[in-house]
Design a protein around this ligand. Structure first.
Ligand code: SAH
Length: 223
């Protein structure tokens, strides 16, 4: 095994066996999309977090990633990704909140075209370097405020995933969603956060509540 393979595969608490246990746990919790399970089995989550926390990478928990932000719990990553695949075969996805890039990597294993934006410059730069090193060539990243959508207003996406909690639905994002497309996002009503799915039809926008969640807030402007 080459040194690179060793790093990718992980050893001990980051080994394939530890990862397989996480996948089993996701199945037990109701994740049944084989593509999602397979991509998560192969995605090296330990390489997206601080080395000091790498031994906890395959526990089903959220972890800090610096700057007060968190890498989402694997179950939530799986659930949100699976939900975006419930209907049809989407080609493109826009993620709001790149963070460490783990969710981005999972999406890149599934969607032909992945776009992701992050408002914190240091996180954006780190994620960009990491995803390039891991050879994710189908990902485009931008340091920008996702509330305003992808910086080119002419773009439209089949799916949108917001990975920070919103208090209102960003209009720029519903505009950048294709008709027939769907968006998943945590919504904060001031008391609770609920994961919501929005679908855009010729009649307008429809939303459905999924489960209670806990995300860092979606914030305006750059940092
Ligand atoms: N998908 C990430 C989750 C990161 S936490 C992962 O798997 O690691 C949410 C991220 O959203 C944070 O990095 C935060 O800085 C970012 N964020 C919050 N508001 C934003 C905005 N308006 N535009 C872009 N990114 C935003």
């Amino acid at each position: 095994m080459s040194p690179t393979d060793k790093i990718l595969q992980g050893i001990g608490m980051t080994s394939q066996r530890t990862r397989d246990r996480l996948i089993q746990r996701l199945k037990d919790q109701g994740i049944d999309n084989e593509l999602v399970l397979d991509v998560m089995r192969r995605t090296p989550r330990h390489l997206f977090i601080d080395e000091a926390l790498a031994h906890r990478a395959y526990e089903d928990i959220a972890l800090p990633l610096g700057y007060g932000q968190t890498i989402s719990q694997p179950y939530i990553v799986a659930l949100m990704t699976q939900q975006l695949l419930a209907d049809g075969t989407p080609n493109s996805v826009l993620e709001i909140g790149t963070g460490c890039g783990y969710q981005t990597a999972v999406l890149a294993g599934i969607f032909p075209q992945v776009y992701s934006v992050e408002r914190i410059e240091t996180l954006y730069k780190q994620a960009k370097k990491r995803l390039a090193e891991l050879e994710y060539y189908n990902v485009q990243l931008r340091h920008t405020d996702g509330i305003l959508g992808w910086p080119n207003p002419d773009y439209q996406f089949d799916r949108i995933m917001i990975t920070a909690a919103c208090t209102e639905i960003p209009e720029a994002l519903t505009q950048q969603l294709v008709e027939g497309g769907s968006m998943i996002f945590p919504f904060d009503d001031g008391r609770d956060q609920t994961l919501m799915e929005l679908t855009k039809t010729s009649q307008g926008l429809e939303t459905t509540a999924l489960v209670k969640v806990s995300f860092v807030p979606l914030l305006p402007g750059l940092a």
